[in-house]
Design a protein around this ligand. Structure first.
Ligand code: MG
Length: 327
């Protein structure tokens, strides 16, 4: 079970990146919420890493060992005493083929949307990412489903335990976020694209972002996760909780310079938005924002987006798009 500590109140050590590769053995920088201080590495894997100033690197001989990840504890001195966090540092074997399976790979596999098996199919196909949708339940649990209701149960008015009993069309139970992440974290080739759904009011939205961050932090899942949301408050809250979180905005109503000013990682807009504002692609590239689009299924349109300089295409046809990119 994950920690029940309040993410907002917990003094945190941050890490700017959670992957390593043989291209560059530098991982990222360590920082602290509050005044900077000297940090040190702890635990059985400390010997595999170096920390110079705040720059964390992996020793080269530990990169190509076949080990998928190491857990590393970093301790820093805060004004109220020592604080420490343990991070999972993951070998970067993630695909770079731009294919994001929308709600997993379900359409051509017989899996239900947003099911564990849809995620497994997306991983098996070799997609760069597998997208899924998360709602907060009445009792502040986190459950994976697209619509705000399922089989007549309104998610924000129903307990997590009750929703967990509901069967998807392929006979699986509706997955909780914890089991969904645990499944996705068994591998290091497909990223997990976590869409946090808007809810009934701003207070609940902020709370849901806190709950998601708390689970991601306690499961050490940062390396795998890119966040997306239609709710700008959710985007900003996720970035407040972890300034290095990769967060993209979905709603299509903000020009790239506004997102860049707020330090978002990217924009993830409906295909029609880019056809209406094709200049946003160049503007987003110039600002260093990642670009994703959804949900593109038509072969001609898939090709049009492949020809643009965009980072990801979210599709119900991952098999087709993988073929188009030569995988
Ligand atoms: Mg979604």
């Amino acid at each position: 079970m994950y920690s029940k500590l309040s993410a907002q109140d917990k003094p945190s050590v941050y890490l700017s990146n959670h992957t390593f590769s043989s291209i560059d053995n530098t991982i990222g920088t360590v920082s602290l919420k509050g005044p900077e201080s000297k940090s040190k590495l702890k635990g059985e894997n400390a010997k595999r890493f170096t920390l110079k100033g705040n720059k964390l690197s992996i020793r080269k001989k530990y990169i190509e060992t076949g080990t998928k990840w190491y857990d590393l504890t970093i301790e820093a001195q805060s004004v109220s005493g020592p604080v420490q966090e343990t991070f999972r540092l993951v070998k970067d074997d993630f695909h770079r083929n731009r294919v994001i399976a929308h709600r997993g790979a379900w359409k051509n596999t017989g899996a239900s949307e947003n099911s564990i098996s849809a995620l497994q199919h997306a991983v098996r196909l070799g997609c760069q990412g597998s997208e899924f949708d998360v709602h907060m339940t009445l009792d502040s649990g986190l459950i994976v489903n697209h619509d705000p209701s399922f089989k007549g149960k309104i998610i924000h008015n129903t307990s997590f335990a009750e929703l967990k009993q509901l069967k998807l069309s392929n006979g699986e139970n509706m997955p909780g976020l914890e089991e969904y992440l645990a499944e996705g974290m068994k591998q290091n080739s497909t990223k997990l694209i976590l869409e946090l759904k808007p809810t009934i009011n701003k207070e609940r939205a902020i709370q849901s972002a806190g709950k998601v961050y708390e689970m991601v932090r306690s499961m050490k899942a940062e390396a795998w996760i890119d966040y997306i949301s239609f709710d700008y408050n959710i985007c900003l809250e996720l970035m407040r909780l972890d300034p290095h979180a990769r967060v993209a905005y979905l709603n299509g109503d903000k020009a790239p310079d506004l997102l860049a000013a707020d330090k978002l990682w990217g924009l993830d807009y409906n295909q029609s938005i880019f056809q209406k504002n094709p200049e946003w692609i160049e503007q987003a590239n110039a600002k260093g924002l990642t670009i994703n689009t959804w949900t593109v299924n038509d072969p001609k349109l898939l090709q049009w987006f492949l020809d643009q300089k965009i980072d990801f295409i979210t599709t119900n046809e991952p098999e087709l798009l993988l073929k188009m990119v030569g995988k």
